[in-house]
Design a protein around this ligand. Structure first.
Ligand code: G6P
Length: 616
C-alpha cells in the first residue's frame, strides 16, 4: 500500500514522478504529494488523487528540478488529509521523506523526540521517522546515509522509504523492509529511478535492481548506486535484471477501465499461463518448479494453501482440484489467521502461497512461518521478482501480465489455470487419473481461452441484467462444489467496486440462515452448471423461487430446467466440472463491473481499498 516514485538525473523530474504516481495509484489513492528540488525544496501535497495533485501543481508551483519524488497514499496512521499526506519534512526543513509501510514503535520515538524539542504537524508515523533521522544525523554528526541506517535499526515495522537531504542535493537514499523498491538504472549510470514497482520507469530503462529486505541504497547522480545491509553495513552487489514489461501492458488500450481491459485479456492471459507448460498432444505438463521437486509433491501428506482476498478464493478452487484430481488432502488458510496461530506443520507438508502481487504482508509472513517449521513452500505469483516469488523455495508464475484494476480478475483465472495444471500433473503422476481422463483434461484446457472469449460476447446481456439490479442494497451468490469459491469471488467483486452488500454461500447452506433474507427484492446469483450437484442446486433455486427471490442463474448452454424457473439465465459453454470456475467467473466479473459503472463508482480504484497490501 502506498506507492512511491522518484527520479535523480538530468531530466525534469516532475513529469516522470507524476506519471509514475498515476501508474502506482492502484497501491492507494487517499492522498498524493511530491517533492522537487531546484536550489530549493518545493513540496506540494493534497488529499485526493494524483490528478488533484496535478491540478494543485498547475495552479501553485513551479515544476523544475532534476531530482524529486512523490507518494500516493493508502492511509494507515492519521486520516487522509492534506497534512498527513506525504512527503514529510523534518523540523529543520532539510530532510524530506516518503514512506510506504508502518512504523510500529513510532509513538515511543515520538515521545522521546518531543522531549528533545521536536514538534509534529501530522499524525503520521512517517513524520516521526524523518525527525528521528534528523536527530541521529545531528547528534552523531554523520552523513545522511549513516543516519538513515542507524534510524532504521531503531524502528520496528515495515517500510519502503526514500529520503532527500537539502545539504546533499545530488543524492537519494532508499531502503526497504517488507515493502518493495525497484531501482531503474538509466543510460551510462547517469540517471536513476526509484519506485514501488518498475511501471513508472518502463519507458526510460529496462534495467532494474530490486532491493531485498533490510537493504538500503545510496543513489548519487552521475556516481551510481551503493547498496548496503542495514543491519551490519555490508556492501552488496545485485544482479541487474532485464524488465520484460512493456508500456502497452500498463495502459488502458482503448477500454474505459483497467478492470474491463483485464476481464477481456483473460483468453490471452490463460493461454500465457499454460504456454510452454501444457503440451496436450504429447500428454505433457512441464513446470520446472514442480518437476524439480516432484518427490516432495508426490510424498506430501497434505497441501496447505495460504493466501488473501481473491487469491484465497483461487486457493479454495485448488482444494477441489488437488483433492479431486490428485487425491492430496488440502487445507486453505487465510494467511492473516495462519500466521498468528500455532499451526501444526511438518516437513511432509507443502505450503502453496498464492499472491497476484507477491507482496501481501500477511502471505509473506505465513511463508516465513511455514519455512521455519520445515515445510516446503511453493509460490504462485503474478509479479515477476516479487518478494513472495523470492521468499519461496520454488514456484511458478501465472504470467497474466500487469493487473492494475484493484478488483482482481485475470489474476484469479490464471491462478486457477496454473493450479489446475499442477493438480493434473500430480494426479497423473500418482496414478489417480487414467490416461484417457488426463488426456481429455489437457485437451479441454487448450479450449478454455476460446470458450472464455466466446463468453465475453454476452456482455450486453449482462449489462441489461446489471441495469435491472443496480440499485439493490443486497445480493446473494450461491454455488456448490467447484463453484462455491466462485460464488464467494462473485460477491467479493460486487461489494468491492459497487459497495452493494453481497454474500457468497454454498448453495445448500442457504437454508441455514441466508434464506431469511430472501424476499421479492433480493437478487440471488446462482451458479447451476450441468455437472456437479445440478439437481441439488435446482432444488435450491426452487426454494428461492417459492420465497419470491429474483434468480440470476449461470447455467451450461442448452439448459432447460433452470431456464424455466430463473428470472435471467446466462449460459456458459460446456466444459468438465473442474474447469467450470474458469468460465462461471466471467459473467460475475462483468455483472459487478457494469453495476459499478452504472452507479458511477470508481471501478479501478474503489474506496478504501488498495491492490497491494504490504501492511498488516
Ligand atoms: C488486496 C486486493 C485484492 C487481492 C488481495 C490479495 O486486498 O485488493 O484484490 O486479492 O489484496 O492480494 P495478492 O496480491 O496477495 O493476491
Amino acid at each position: 500500500m502506498c506507492g512511491i516514485a522518484g527520479y535523480i538525473g538530468y531530466r525534469e523530474a516532475y513529469p516522470i514522478v507524476i506519471k509514475g504516481l498515476q501508474r502506482l495509484e492502484y497501491r492507494g489513492y487517499d492522498s498524493a504529494g511530491i517533492m522537487l528540488y531546484d536550489n530549493k525544496i518545493i513540496i506540494s501535497k493534497t488529499k485526493g488523487k494524483v490528478s488533484d495533485l496535478e491540478k494543485l501543481m498547475n495552479s501553485e508551483n513551479t515544476k523544475e528540478g532534476t531530482i524529486g519524488f512523490g507518494h500516493t497514499r493508502w492511509a494507515t496512521h492519521g486520516i487522509p488529509n492534506d497534512i498527513n499526506s506525504h512527503p514529510h519534512v523534518s523540523n529543520s526543513g532539510n530532510l524530506v521523506i516518503i514512506h510506504n509501510g508502518i512504523i510500529e514503535n513510532y509513538d515511543s520515538i515520538k515521545q522521546e523526540l518531543t522531549k528533545r524539542g521536536y514538534t509534529f504537524q501530522s499524525d503520521t508515523d512517517t513524520e516521526v521517522l524523518v525527525n528521528l533521522i534528523e536527530e541521529i544525523k545531528k547528534t552523531n554528526k554523520c552523513k545522511l546515509g549513516k543516519a538513515v541506517q542507524i534510524a532504521l535499526n531503531e524502528v520496528i515495522g515495515a517500510y519502503a522509504i526514500a529520503v532527500f537531504d537539502k545539504e546533499k542535493p545530488d543524492e537519494l537514499i532508499v531502503a526497504r523492509l517488507g515493502s518493495p523498491i525497484a531501482i531503474g538504472i538509466g543510460e551510462d549510470n547517469k540517471e536513476f529511478f526509484v519506485a514501488s514497482d518498475a511501471s513508472p520507469f518502463i519507458e526510460y530503462t529496462k534495467n532494474a535492481i530490486y532491493l531485498e529486505d533490510e537493504e538500503m541504497a545510496i543513489i548519487r547522480k552521475d556516481r551510481g548506486i551503493k547498496i548496503r545491509k542495514i543491519k551490519d553495513d555490508t556492501l552488496i552487489t545485485h544482479e541487474v535484471q532485464q524488465l520484460k514489461m512493456n508500456l502497452e501492458q500498463i495502459e488502458k488500450g482503448g477500454y474505459d477501465h483497467f478492470m474491463l481491459k483485464e476481464i477481456h485479456e483473460q483468453p490471452h492471459a490463460i493461454t500465457d499461463t499454460y504456454r510452454g507448460r501444457l503440451i496436450a498432444n504429447k500428454g505433457i505438463i512441464r513446470m520446472a518448479g514442480v518437476d524439480d521437486n516432484i518427490e516432495k509433491f508426490l510424498n506430501a501428506n497434505r497441501i496447505i494453501v495460504v493466501a488473501c482476498g481473491t487469491s484465497w478464493h483461487a486457493g479454495l478452487v485448488a482444494e477441489y482440484l488437488f483433492e479431486d484430481l490428485a487425491r492430496i488432502p488440502v487445507e486453505v488458510e487465510y494467511a492473516s489467521e495462519f500466521r498468528y496461530r500455532n499451526p501444526i506443520i511438518t516437513d511432509k507438508d507443502i505450503v502453496i502461497a498464492i499472491s497476484q502481487s507477491g507482496e501481501t504482508a500477511d502471505t509473506l509472513a505465513a511463508i516465513k512461518l511455514a519455512k521455519e517449521k520445515g515445510a516446503f513452500v511453493f509460490g504462485v505469483c503474478n509479479v515477476v521478482g516479487s518478494s513472495i516469488a523470492r521468499e519461496t523455495h520454488a514456484g511458478a508464475y501465472t504470467h497474466a501480465g500487469p493487473e492494475i484494476g484493484v478488483a482482481s480478475t485475470k489474476a484469479f483465472t490464471t491462478q486457477i489455470t496454473l493450479l489446475s495444471l499442477i493438480a493434473l500433473k500430480l494426479g497423473k503422476a500418482k496414478g489417480n487419473l487414467s490416461t484417457v481422463d488426463y488426456q481429455n483434461y489437457l485437451q479441454e484446457m487448450e479450449l478454455i481461452p476460446k470458450k472464455v472469449a466466446e463468453l465475453l460476447t454476452i456482455d450486453d446481456k449482462v449489462k441489461y441484467i446489471a441495469s435491472i439490479y443496480k440499485d439493490v442494497p443486497n445480493c446473494l451468490y450461491l454455488g456448490r462444489g467447484y463453484n462455491f469459491p466462485v460464488a464467494l469471488e462473485g460477491a467479493l467483486k460486487l461489494k468491492e467496486i459497487s459497495y452493494i452488500h453481497a454474500e457468497g454461500y454454498p448453495a445448500a447452506e442457504m437454508k441455514h440462515g441466508p434464506i431469511a433474507l430472501i424476499d421479492e427484492n433480493m437478487p440471488i446469483v446462482v451458479i447451476a452448471t450441468s455437472k456437479g450437484h445440478y439437481e441439488k442446486v435446482v432444488s435450491n433455486i426452487q426454494e428461492i423461487k417459492s420465497r419470491k427471490g429474483k434468480i440470476i442463474a449461470v447455467v451450461t448452454e442448452g439448459d432447460t430446467q433452470v431456464k424455466a424457473i430463473a428470472d435471467h439465465v446466462i449460459e456458459i459453454p460446456e466444459t468438465n466440472e473442474a474447469f467450470t470456475p474458469l468460465l462461471t467467473t466471467i459473467p460475475l466479473q462483468l455483472l459487478s463491473y457494469h453495476i459499478a459503472v452504472m452507479l458511477n463508482k470508481n471501478v479501478d480504484q474503489p474506496r478504501n481499498l488498495a491492490k497491494s497490501v504490504t501492511v498488516e
